[in-house]
Design a protein around this ligand. Sequence first.
Ligand code: NAP
Length: 493
Amino acid sequence: MTLTLTRPSLIRADNFINGHWQNSVQRQVYPVQNPATADTFAQVADSSAEDAKLATDAAFAAFESWRNLPAKVRSNYLVRWHELIIENRHDLATIMSFEQGKPLAESLAEVNYGAAYVDWFAGEALRTYGDILPHTVADKKLMVVKEPVGVVAAITPWNFPLAMIARKLAPALAAGCTILAKPAEDTPLTALALVALAEEAGIPKGVMNIVTCSRNNVADLVGSWLSDSRVRKVTFTGSTAVGKMLAREAAGTLKRLSLELGGNAPFIVFEDADLDAAVEGLIAAKFRNGGQTCVCPNRIYVHDTCYEAFAEKLVARVANLKVGPWDHQDSQIGPMINDKAVSKITRHVADALAKGATLLTGGQALQNDIATGPYYFAPTVLGNANHDMELAHDETFGPVAPLFRFHQEEEVIQAANDTPYGLAGYFYSQDINRVWRVSHKMQTGIVGINEGAIASETAPFGGVKESGYGREGSHYGLDDYLDTKYLCQGNLS
Ligand code: NAP
């Protein structure tokens, strides 16, 4: 498998700091793997706190001039960046598939999805409104203006190597913030290519900085940003454990935080659901990206009266999903990201089977004529799942759909909410009263009602409880990068 691009110059291995591509100060690199084969195909900068500080110096120095630009000028940079992302979408998708493993069609869809945030926030940059407040005293005028929070550190995961970073960088730039970005160890190249296109769009030096590092150095590198009072905000997508650590460490300088953390999404099929629609919704929500998304249904509750019929339809669909490498036209499920991911999925399935689950299809690591690497896992459906199983409490992050049987609406809502997490939840019902009732009771930031595909740049994405706080996308998404300043002018005549 070779990485062939229309523009090979989009492959970058260095940090981008203050408008320059440069190796890490200590001249270290780390290997990046192709999950389809487990082969190393690139080496990128393995940075440390020294590189992080250089990036902070640059972002801090660039902040005043960037925030003072007219909103229209910042918007125009985003418009141009968006055009370049779309023009180079095939190369970006190829890089993404190579380092993340997802089938090319999914990578192309992710490029469009990430680009849509850039386009959206190019528009939102022009709508950063303040307020004139009604005064209570005759000689005073009261006003509210919105100002950028300052230097923002963005830390992102590997499952959506382009979209997760685009939906942080775009609103930050629109608001007038400058940026420090650190992509995941496993998927640095897509983010570096995205930043190369931002450079090409003419975004001024120092405004956008990106540093890469291996897992060995991440605490040191990010620690530099956490302790630096010049960094005013951290925006993070990743696990709840790391999110909590960032919140603790950021408290030292009271930084603003946006935390898009883990989920444990319930997916409920009521007895009045359209079963075919529910199966298709589940396929879309559960098996996209090989089940490696934060909004993947992790617990599928099916009413007793339609359990057998639903399970039969689901198994028929899942058993036919084609597993293979990103560049094969038939592939619908790519490899998992790494060996740790395969081990966790294998452990969850074994634990469920030991505690009484029935294997309806899949259930093990897989190799076939096109999927020859070590990280493939068969799309799996488990029946008779229960809450003693590990997979009921912990994101499996793989192509495993466990079915839980339920009898009563109240019982299933209680089970669905019985988790510290609250990112997404889904349910299928044709009863309009139940739709409103259940939507109201779901303790999640996002509810899919008769729908499995929920993400959109026009909607606020984010969770409640231990799935974090802050919203990405929509007009709410800009607020996370703005401070509210109140101006009081007195002694007017
Ligand atoms: P992760 O381990 O928390 O990593 C996320 C990012 O944090 C990576 O860049 C990682 O760097 C960095 N990181 C790891 N340890 C760190 C430390 N001690 N200090 C500072 N940064 C650190 O999560 P993941 O396994 O990559 O991603 C999967 C998780 O993300 C799942 O829980 C999923 O639900 C969640 N997620 C949430 C959303 C959402 O919108 N809510 C979206 C996608 C994913 P390294 O790569 O070097 O470890």
